[in-house]
Design a protein around this ligand. Structure first.
Ligand SMILES: Cc1cc2nc3c(=O)[nH]c(=O)nc-3n(C[C@H](O)[C@H](O)[C@H](O)COP(=O)(O)O)c2cc1C
Length: 171
């Protein structure tokens, strides 16, 4: 599936981790590699975690975080692939458990059911990662084909590695 530009469409799901303010790096790199990009933020992530206006300028589209009303058309085309970056402890656990209480998690649950390629760069500190629910969530999603990259630690965040983990964009 491609959008009206003829390019494959990538959903970038942004969660409320401190590192989220660098997501413009991922959006710009994805566009350089031929993806059209739409950003879906968790409601918490829209609360000062990244520059929404900058993301809208880079993508040319509204950042979504709430469900449309039944009368509104779908704002984004269906995804060819999804990147979750940064992924929080909260969103990974809710996604694995099927608790679709945000547009972001609902979208991830649907993408999983549709077999859309999904790459995750988690940003989860050691203390939260030690909680038993987290390992079980990652194992469950991995068994279903979700690809987890490395996003932990205190250093920089490997935004572009998410794109390397995706298959080449469909033509
Ligand atoms: C400044 C700040 C930085 C945070 N960084 C992280 C983080 O790196 N990883 C994480 O899992 N949660 C982090 N949190 C906590 C999440 O924001 C919180 O769990 C929130 O409920 C996540 O919501 P979401 O998963 O819907 O985005 C941070 C919170 C604040 C205030």
């Amino acid at each position: 599936m491609t959008d009206r530009t003829g390019k494959p469409f990538l959903y970038v799901v942004v969660c409320a981790a401190g590192i989220a303010d660098g997501v413009g790096t991922l959006i710009a790199a994805a566009r350089d590699r031929g993806w059209e990009v739409g950003v879906i933020a968790t409601p918490a992530a829209t609360n000062g975690f990244f520059d929404l206006a900058a993301a809208e300028r880079l993508t040319g589209r509204t950042v979504r975080s709430a469900w449309r009303t039944p009368r509104d058309p779908r704002p984004f085309p269906p995804p060819d692939a999804v990147v979750v970056a940064p992924a929080t402890f909260n969103t990974v656990n809710k996604w694995a458990a099927g608790i679709a209480d945000t547009l972001a998690v609902g979208t991830l649950c649907e993408a999983l059911g549709l077999g859309v390629p999904i790459v995750v760069l988690p940003r989860v500190g050691e203390a939260l990662a030690a909680h038993p629910a987290y390992g079980e969530s990652v194992a469950r999603l991995t068994a279903l084909g979700v690809r987890f990259g490395e996003g932990g630690g205190d250093g920089g965040f490997p935004w572009e590695s998410a794109l390397d983990l995706l298959e080449p964009p469909p033509r």
